[in-house]
Design a binder for this molecule. Structure first.
Ligand SMILES: Cc1cc2nc3c(=O)[nH]c(=O)nc-3n(C[C@H](O)[C@H](O)[C@H](O)COP(=O)(O)OP(=O)(O)OC[C@H]3O[C@@H](n4cnc5c(N)ncnc54)[C@H](O)[C@@H]3O)c2cc1C
Length: 286
């Protein structure tokens, strides 16, 4: 509940929103869908900055990229993809498993990426897709999402507004995502995204990220190195899965043990690699 609010500011220009944020931080907060702000009491927040009148609700294809405005909800993004849309083909089913239908109509892409819960689905999904984000801190800056999270992003958001996310539409890349939850509508207790570029059956480029481990999603460079240059076949899938079960940097918390998360990391890798192999085979050996 937000009991101390003295002003709900509705700017018409981005620069007004950003100047108001700087002027009133830490007593000011930007409102995306408002779910997180209302779900947990944010003590000391007196000023809310609405993004509703700013042109930040859009989804458009442009020069091989998909641009998503920060106030686009998960549901709006799901509905944007038409049956038969080829890329990113895994994204729609992955987003349909996030939270609940009602919540997907509220959660904004900007709000989820700015809040960035370590267990969240959206940070690993968009990092796995090599997304970039645009921040407005007086001027627009674009940077890779992974670089944003590696830096002190909470500090950056004290004076910046996340305005859009940019996804490269690369049909050469195949991606698969898995999340483990207690029930279908629960938050992830572990998640993993695998994205590969495959040429003539061999892995040319790999990105493997694991989140909800606990801790922020991390990229498993050792496994990526292991996959590079190898033929994506059943033997590689099993060997990669065995390796990950040994090296995965996951820990215990009150929800799951380290051992169980390590086991899951291997199981998910097998499933993700098989799904990717299936997509690759159907595209190139149909
Ligand atoms: C019951 C429940 C279930 C959930 N389940 C899931 C789940 O399954 N998977 C998952 O990934 N997440 C889940 N979430 C988390 C959810 O994604 C986050 O709470 C998210 O922040 C909500 O989005 P919002 O747009 O409503 O954010 P808001 O509440 O509007 O904002 C969240 C934070 O981000 C800041 N912010 C918002 N927009 C911007 C912007 N454009 N620029 C800069 N800062 C901004 C706000 O100031 C605030 O600090 C769940 C949350 C709840 C309450």
């Amino acid at each position: 509940m937000l009991k101390e609010i003295v002003e709900y500011f509705t700017p018409r220009e981005l620069v007004e929103a950003q100047e108001f944020l700087i002027k009133h931080f830490p007593e000011a907060a930007v409102v995306g869908g408002g779910l997180d702000l209302t779900w947990r009491e944010r003590k000391g927040i007196k000023y809310l900055i609405s993004l509703d009148k700013l042109p930040l609700k859009f989804i458009r294809r442009r020069d091989g990229f998909l641009e998503i405005g920060a106030t686009t909800t998960i549901r709006e993004l799901i509905e944007f993809f038409l049956p038969g849309d080829e890329f990113p083909d895994f994204l729609k089913p992955a987003l349909k498993r996030v939270a609940t239908p009602l919540l997907r109509g509220v959660i904004t892409i900007g709000g989820a990426l700015a809040r960035a819960y370590p267990w969240g689905d959206l940070p690993p999904i968009f990092m796995g897709l090599e997304s970039q984000i645009e921040l407005f801190d007086g001027e627009a800056r674009v940077l890779p999402l992974q670089e944003f999270y590696t830096g002190d992003f909470r500090e950056a958001l004290r004076k910046a507004i996340l305005t859009k996310i940019i996804l490269p539409l690369n049909p050469q890349k195949f991606t698969s995502y898995r999340r483990f939850t207690r029930t279908e509508v629960d938050i992830p207790l572990f998640n993993q995204i695998v994205s590969l570029e495959i040429m003539e059956g061999k892995v040319k480029w790999a990105r493997v990220l694991m989140g909800a481990r606990p801790g922020f999603p991390y990229e498993e460079f050792e496994l990526e190195e292991f996959l590079l240059g190898k033929m994506l076949d059943e033997d590689l899938i099993i060997r990669a899965s065995d390796l990950l079960k040994k090296i995965a940097r996951v820990e215990s918390d009150f929800r799951l043990s380290r051992e169980y998360r390590r086991h899951l990391s291997g199981v998910f890798l097998e499933e993700n690699l098989r799904e990717i192999k299936g997509k690759y085979d159907s595209q190139f050996h149909a």
